[in-house]
Design a protein around this ligand. Sequence first.
Ligand code: PHE
Ligand code: ZN
Length: 882
Amino acid sequence: MRTNQPQTIHLSEYKVPTYLVDTVDLCFQLYDDGARVHSTLSVRQNPESKDVSAPFTLDGDSLNLERVTLDGKALVAGDDYEETGEHLVITEVPSQFELTVVTWIEPQNNTRLEGLYKSSGMFCTQCEAEGFRCITYFPDRPDVMARYRTRIEADKATCPVLLSNGNDIDRGDLGSGRHFVTWEDPFPKPSYLFALVAGDLVEKQDTFTTCSGRDIDLRIYVETRNAAKCEHAMDSLKRSMRWDEEVYGREYDLDIFMIVAVDDFNMGAMENKGLNIFNSSCVLASQETATDLAFQRIEAIVAHEYFHNWSGNRVTCRDWFQLSLKEGFTVFRDSTFSADMGSPTVKRIEDATLLRTAQFAEDAGPMAHPVRPASYMEISNFYTLTIYEKGAEVVRMIHTLLGPELFRKGSDLYFERHDGQAVTTDDFVKAMEDASGRDLTQFRLWYDQAGTPLLTVSDNYDSEQGVYRLTIQQTIPDTPEQTNKQSQHIPFALGLLGIEGEALPLRLESTGDAANAPTERVLELTEASQTFEFYGLAQKPVPSLLRHFSAPVRVVYPWSREQLVFLMSHDPDGFNRWDAGQRLAVDVIQSLISSPETAEIEPRLVEAYRALLADLSLDQALVAKMLQLPSEAYLIELADSPDVAAIHRARERVLSHLATSLRDELVACYHANTGGGAYEVTPESIARRSLRNTALSWLLLINDDAGRDLAVKQYSDADNMTDRMGALRALVNSDYAAERSQALADFYERFQDDPQVVEQWFAVQASSDRAGQLPQVQTLLKHAAFDWKNPNKIRSVIGVFAGQNLAAFHNPDGSGYGFLADQVCRLDDSNPQIAARLVAPLTRWKKFAPTYSALMHKALGKIRDKPELSADLYEVVHKSLE
Ligand code: PHE
Ligand code: ZN
């Protein structure tokens, strides 16, 4: 906690570490009232550092230092070392030495959930990015890689299970009810990958045989009550291990791989070497308690953390500016994995939706930063959609430009060349260049320029010559500290459709024959404006642009509604079919916003939806996605100076018009997709559930009594959480107040002992414009199950209200903003990381219509004026007020 301004750290000031640490010997003595940590480091001067004879500086945060010895000799405070609050400085050291530091810490009072803390009685750690310094003094930076040996001593009854990284090499009894286990990790690693867990846990065990025939011991550790909820994560883990062998040639390297579930966790999960620690909500699942979305999320996150073993752990980051080196690449890997496990088109739609809705907004806001940032104050604020999702898109574009074979050659070279090293995004790109022979110089701008490129596309058709010309202009908007950007290298996939919907050959030369021309091409944009000519076309085609969302850019083209309807049913690219539907719906909603008196809502939209509901030959997973109207958040993102209430009204009006016009089709769709066998998590059955739950929610929106009866029945008969939650959500968002409260009460009664389900119960209310107005949300905060120390509960009420219940949050009286400001201030004292994340919706104040932005600005000012602002919150609030 601080009141003065935190320092800005610049990439340009990177220096190699002065001292290197070869081994770390740790001993943790865990007690109810605290923990003593002995740490012995073998240190030597870094031959690459120019700072000879410099003092040895270690990082520390909130530590009680008990003792320091150098080569066995006790050091004296003031004479031999100094403690400055954030550092331990050992004034004089030889070129090689052994240093022992003893600290006392209080995990039971650690509410920031960084370092060693307690979660439902169990000890656990979170060290990324800078949590290891809350455990002991250490040069806590990722380019200091060491081999760790960890001994844990604790009470046998409360902590029968003692875990750390690597292999367990020794264990024994210590008398007086205590015991110990020693772990050794043979792979050098940065401190942020260190982990320890001690508690009363049960294990679920399995085995995986690797491609070279080694048997790996797989274990998932959970509290006893969750023993039956590990199967899906275990299956996902085995699928991930196999996939990484097959697709990237990566084999697991230790003899044991462990996952632990903890209830109190700031993020989703953490890839600690051999000992992944997961937020319970990202690992535990059963048919009765987890939705399809949760099942898919768990599979993706288990894969993500597992994949980090190579992209992150074996090859790690030189410094935190390189965060996307491991995160962007690993998200790309997990996203390809999910596509392979399910429906690739649907996965692409989901990724693009997240990017276009939330990452584009971030990239246009006050915290916009490049995939490789040039500076930061608090690194925790940079675990962003830009680093993760845009970073993954950047890797995907390399994949598109190189093609799968050369990309694989590049990743092989990268892993081989840099195994055991801490490297940069530039090293990654270099490996891709060296393996492929392609020049990615201009492409590298994707790492250094922030902002979403805007592509403005225009076309004309020369009927005499049969030539179609497409002109694409790119501009990259200014972002904080960056103006006048250079053109980027953008892969732009496209196709052209003829009048019957046929895919036309794309001939870029006037000669050559049409039969050999491909019907899809990836154009490479490199200049501010480029024109492409397509020859041999008998009529003006309909362009299908940026297929598969081949680059994270905005595309502007003057589509007519007719063209969009045509693409919705004819585009061979499923992604662009969906996209055409979204553009059409956006256009219809936007025109209602600008002229709300319009009596008629575009009949072609209704007919297009009718066709979707009727045509059972279509991929039902895609249909389920196409039926989702663009979200309010997306409509806000697309608007200049959005009026949230107007957007909300227009969208609701289109929804109820669709529901009224298609009422009978919806009932039919509901029945067609109900029944039919036992619960499975496959793309087909997920699509069926999604379709019936969408139909249900639309019917309830128009107060259809038959729909209400279906919802009430589905709620009580459901044998899985997707259907139970689908019915509950439909009721909660309806005007059937009696049924809504009855279902909510029943749901709580049924699931009150399951924290992950209670979180869903909070979220479904906080996101509803019916059940989640501010007074009701305030009531949720007083509910017995709400817990100010648990990030999931905080997110499921406050985060969901501010991020998903947009009409209520943006109440024109400013009450939503004031509420968020108060909660953020309160949380800043206990958990600054969470506070800084929750404040995000307010930071976008400049974008909104003046009535909103003035009030948002005022709420931010209130936070800025809070005494003792954390560095986390300071950075976000000050940057957004600048
Ligand atoms: N590195 C984790 C992941 O992406 C995320 C994380 C960051 C978790 C910081 C905790 C703290 O998988
Ligand atoms: Zn990650």
